[in-house]
Design a protein around this ligand. Structure first.
Ligand code: ADP
Ligand code: MG
Length: 413
């Protein structure tokens, strides 16, 4: 496999192995997660996307985003120009059936006009939309990598590109934050001074291998610890207190329990009692979609670490999940930008690391309760004493455990 992109800066450590940008891109391939590479020009985004295309032989396509490209031209580029003259949905199906791109790379996506962008996102998710009907492409496996410049700024809450990205890109990485080290740069420069992206491939096509690994990954059982943590990130982090005031040791006194989701736009302004060490005014809970992406990315990162190690390794499920959370969450709109600016000098990863740190501590404190709760579920007998141990932001566990205890299948599978 020809790989030109070099970058030894770790994004995280898992089971003692550094996980870099290349590994993250591979995890997205294995997890079939759409990946956004956001950063300044010349940082190697296009090169990394090109390297990923090399895994798929001729079943990958490259589209350069331009503001004068319309959907007609886009369809031409992916050999679907006949769609315009297709008379029946059978005609359309015949055309789309032939499209077996597994990877669609869109370079400089923010340049595309909204109509083109919408079709590109559909391609990422494995279909083309014609007259309101979706036609599948890619023979069951397709994903997208998009690049964009930080200069082409999108604010997550206020424009439609931001919203579309949030909905359709599963993982977005700031490539400047994890830029190659000085020694990488030296190697890159010493190797080749051609400033163009290297488009060479050695002709190998490992599509089948990637799809096989992907299928194995999605069938693999998700550890219970990861599901509990996903619950914490979607429901635990929804819990907040409004009113009242910060008393001794930072505890809030006299407030009322609320839900960030229900507060909608009044979050985070309405959170005035900044309990010490609290992230209540910093982070919004994950959406169900983002929680699924987090679980999927975590499973994929575990696989990548195993590939690197060349053997079975025990990746701590909590570490794996919290790292996945950081990379799904950073650009997904869950952070209060005002709080990130004020407390973390605008550093989204640092802000999410603080959220992760609190999650880690809290999970450790709950570990015995969680284990007892699972035992209770397995015994099929509700125990109020155990249920009542889950309070505050862990209150969501009561619901989960009652369901597990009374349901037919305590593992939920
Ligand atoms: N990390 C890297 N490893 C190898 N080559 C790189 C790297 N970063 C940049 N380059 C080289 O620098 C040039 C510009 O990279 P490019 O991928 O076009 O950057 P971007 O898309 O971020 O603007 C290309 O020749 C590319 O091969
Ligand atoms: Mg580029």
């Amino acid at each position: 496999m020809k790989q030109t992109y070099k970058n030894s800066t770790p994004l995280m450590q898992l089971a003692g192995y550094p996980v870099g940008m290349h590994d993250m891109a591979r995890a997205c391939l294995l997890g079939r997660l759409n990946l956004g590479l956001w950063g300044d020009t010349g940082s190697g985004k296009t090169q990394l996307a090109r390297d990923m295309m090399a895994h798929f032989g001729d079943k990958a396509t490259f589209i350069l985003g331009r503001n004068d490209m319309d959907t007609r031209e886009l369809f031409q580029q992916i050999n679907l120009e006949k769609l315009r003259t297709a008379k029946s949905s059978a005609d359309v199906k015949e055309l789309t059936d032939k499209i077996d791109y597994h990877l669609i790379v869109v370079d400089e996506l923010p340049n595309c006009v909204p109509a083109v962008r919408a079709q590109l996102f559909n391609l990422f998710d494995g279909f083309v939309e014609i007259n309101g009907r979706a036609y599948p492409i890619g023979k069951g496996y397709s994903m997208g990598i998009a690049t964009g410049n930080i200069g082409q700024k999108f604010t997550e809450s206020s424009n439609d590109l931001g919203r579309a990205l949030k909905d359709r890109m599963h993982v977005i990485v700031d490539t400047d934050y994890f830029a190659p080290s000085a020694s990488d740069a030296l190697e890159i420069l010493a190797g080749d001074t051609n400033p163009r992206v290297n488009f060479d491939t050695d002709g190998t096509d490992s599509s089948e291998d990637i799809i096989k690994r992907h299928n194995t990954l999605v069938q693999k059982e998700i550890p219970f610890e990861k599901l509990v943590l996903a619950g914490y990130l979607t429901h635990g982090l929804d819990y907040c207190m409004i009113g009242g005031k910060a008393g001794a040791k930072g505890a809030v006194q006299g407030g009322t329990v609320s839900s960030k989701r229900k507060l909608k736009d009044s979050w985070p302004a309405v959170i005035t009692n900044h309990a010490q060490g609290s992230d209540e005014a910093l982070v919004f809970p994950l959406s169900t979609r983002a929680a699924k992406s987090t679980l999927r990315l975590s499973q994929a990162l575990d696989s990548v670490v195993e590939e690197k190690a060349g053997k079975n390794v025990e990746v701590d499920p909590i570490e794996s999940m919290l790292n996945a959370y950081k990379f799904v969450g950073a650009y997904s709109g869950i952070l209060s930008e005002a709080a990130v600016d004020a407390v973390y000098s605008g550093d989204k990863y640092k802000a999410l690391e603080a959220v992760a740190q609190l999650a880690r501590t809290q999970y450790a404190q709950q570990e015995v309760n969680i284990r007892d709760g699972l035992d209770m579920a397995l015994s099929k007998k509700l125990d109020e004493k155990i249920l009542n141990r889950f309070t505050g932001r862990w209150g969501f566990m009561k619901d989960v455990l009652v369901h597990l205890t009374q349901g037919d299948n305590p593992h939920g599978n």
